[in-house]
Design a protein around this ligand. Structure first.
Ligand code: AHG
Ligand code: MN
Ligand code: MN
Length: 329
């Protein structure tokens, strides 16, 4: 079943369907650019940095432009917040029903090694951006109307939730259309695989030290089984692995740079991915609290993210409660 047919079947919101169709079109265009790699010059670094102070790749900017053009063309988006721009872009359709925040290209350090990258989108209701300005984006993740990512791997995938489960579509390169290939994904509850950037270990808090320490002890430790480890340096790819075969993905609070609570951005990484994972039966927390319940305070705010299989995230929540009972995260 093609994406447009699927959307008509599950959602009667014409404006939302239109928006999701344009997000998918952005994914198809970005996939074509990525496929050309150095031949399209898109894997080169720019001299510019984004609002996070990170060096941009050409493709970060091209992806931002492609996605913005598609969102504008949908005519149902009032404003767009992007990782690549400090301020949201207000569109001509300022009273349209939706706001979109996006990471146009996630995992872009992987471009240089021909690794997997993705695009992430979060759809919020427009609660009055014409008067509130960028404050209108500061809505908790549980208010999202939809979330999606596109994964540019060996196959190009669209993973989507409109709050009725999480579904996977695969791009058919012949028809240039996304086709439903897995309806209602379920994250296995238990797992023996974890993903964390272990080079930050000395900066982690005690709860995460304990959790990972016990995993590493394997059969001989309190978990009484061996664990496996993966790290893709692309949240899209790590989350996709968790959706398909379970596991946990952790970018925890660390004291490497105390001004940053975690590496990942709430509005265009943590929130959309948390919706997709929880709609597939997984969980997503900052420590003790749910990511989706967090009230944002800044458009580019960073948060700790611990997400994946239910039982493992529950264990992490317990460890945080026991070890850091005063902390809100
Ligand atoms: P981006 O390329 O949009 O800046 O995001 C990269 C993010 C995320 O995708 C990934 O999980 C993480 O940064 C990688 O972090 P490390 O550099 O610590 O591996
Ligand atoms: Mn990212
Ligand atoms: Mn990015």
């Amino acid at each position: 079943m093609q994406l447009d047919v699927f959307l008509k079947k599950v959602s009667i919101n014409h404006a939302l369907n239109m928006l999701l169709w344009h997000i998918a079109e952005a994914g198809i265009e970005i996939a074509a650019l990525i496929k050309q790699g150095a031949l399209a010059g898109v894997t080169e670094k720019m001299t510019s940095t984004n609002v996070q102070g990170e060096t941009q790749m050409q493709l970060d900017i091209r992806s931002h432009e492609v996605a913005l053009a598609q969102l504008r063309a949908s005519a149902v988006v009032a404003a767009v917040l992007s990782e690549e721009e400090e301020k949201p872009t207000m569109l001509e359709t300022i009273d349209a029903p939706f706001l979109v925040s996006m990471d146009p290209l996630d995992g872009s350090s992987n471009l240089a090694i021909n690794g997997v990258v993705g695009s992430i989108f979060s759809v919020l209701p427009n609660t009055g951006v014409s008067t509130l300005g960028e404050q209108a984006f500061l809505q908790p993740g549980q208010d999202q109307r939809a979330a999606a990512y596109i994964m540019y791997g060996p196959a190009t995938l669209l993973v989507l939730s409109i709050g009725q489960g999480t579904h996977i579509f695969t791009l058919d390169h012949h028809s240039q259309a996304f086709v439903l290939t897995q309806q209602t994904v379920t994250v296995p509850e238990e797992t023996s695989e974890f993903a964390i950037n272990a080079s930050n270990q000395r900066y982690w808090q005690a709860a995460v030290q304990r959790y990972i320490g016990e995993c590493l002890q394997g059969k001989e430790g309190p978990r009484a089984r061996d664990f496996n480890m993966r790290w893709c340096a692309s949240m899209v790819m790590d989350v996709h692995r968790i959706l398909t075969r379970g596991g946990v993905f952790l970018y925890p609070h660390d004291n490497k740079q105390p001004v940053k609570a975690g590496r990942l951005r709430l509005l265009y990484e943590a929130n959309p991915m948390s919706l997709l994972v929880t709609q597939a039966g997984g969980e997503s927390i900052t420590g003790q609290g749910d990511v989706l319940a967090l009230q944002p305070t800044d458009c580019h705010q960073r948060v700790p993210v611990l997400l994946g299989s239910k039982q493992e995230i529950q264990r992490l929540r317990d460890y945080h409660q026991q070890i850091h009972p005063q902390a809100t995260e």
